[in-house]
Design a protein around this ligand. Structure first.
Ligand SMILES: [Zn+2]
Ligand SMILES: [Zn+2]
Length: 256
């Protein structure tokens, strides 16, 4: 890898992160609210009383985009810091795929995802503390009806805390670049899926087989309405262990 300046990496990553956001959130938005959206409207009774089937207002989407641009700056700086640290040889990132057994690619991916889920769950609960909520997390909750645009909309302090996980983990666990990219793709796609909004999903969306152990659009939509429930990122494990899982959710999506 040719060494570049921190500023070069910062700008390059900003472009990549922002393009990724607009392509994925914009593409998903078109699928949900575009010309063919009628096919995706559910005819089930909505779980949330205040939910409606109307497209969310552009005002809230614009607000989400503004925060996401700022989040892109934060994550670009974090990515530039990681690459610079790698070039200095002080991280545990590796580029030779045979440096560890091949199975380790999968195991290190699973460890990173479980750690990130745990990190997020406890910090997310902390962000909802009245002393922190206003400056650290309110931005993400401005959209009562989450959309794909909400997936990357964080107040700057929250974006910093989230990106610090990625900065920290490359110093702790040996990770191949392929694994890092797999983690980033999982993070991005999962965030968009979690913010699809319950109302726009097809009737046959597979809530039942996946929602016992994993979060998803229904699980996370409830968090956007009821702040005391559903703090999980990927898994429902901590919500179940610590009593922040909605019993109504289990009745509606799992037990029937
Ligand atoms: Zn929250
Ligand atoms: Zn959310």
């Amino acid at each position: 890898m040719t060494d570049h300046s921190f500023a070069f990496y910062g700008f390059a990553f900003f472009g990549i992160i922002l393009a990724r956001y607009f392509i994925l959130a914009g593409g998903t938005h078109l699928l949900l609210y575009g010309t063919f959206s009628q096919a995706t409207v559910t005819d089930e009774e909505p779980l949330l009383e205040s939910s409606n089937k109307l497209a969310p207002p552009w005002k809230s989407i614009r607000r989400d985009i503004k925060l996401s641009v700022i989040s892109s700056v934060v994550f670009a700086l974090a990515a530039a810091a990681i690459v610079t640290a790698y070039e200095l040889g002080i991280t545990r990132l590796y580029s030779d795929v045979y440096e560890y057994p091949l199975w380790y690619l999968g195991v290190s991916y699973a460890i990173a995802i479980v750690l990130q889920d745990t990190y997020f769950y406890f910090l997310h609960r902390l962000f909802h503390h009245p002393l922190l909520f206003r400056w650290w997390h309110q931005g993400h909750h401005r959209s009562k009806q989450p959309t794909p645009w909400t997936s990357f909309a964080f107040d700057p302090p929250e974006a910093i805390v989230q990106s610090l996980f990625l900065v920290a983990i490359v110093f702790v666990i040996p990770l191949h670049f392929i694994t890092v990219i797999a983690i980033l793709i999982t993070m991005t796609v999962w965030a968009v899926v979690n913010h699809l909004g319950l109302e726009r999903l097809p009737v046959n969306f597979p809530h039942h087989w996946c929602s016992r152990w994993f979060t998803g659009p229904a699980h996370h939509a409830i968090h956007h309405h009821q702040y005391t429930l559903h703090y999980g990122l990927y898994f429902t494990f901590w919500d179940r262990q610590l009593g922040t899982q909605s019993p109504q959710y289990d009745r509606e999506f799992i037990d029937r």
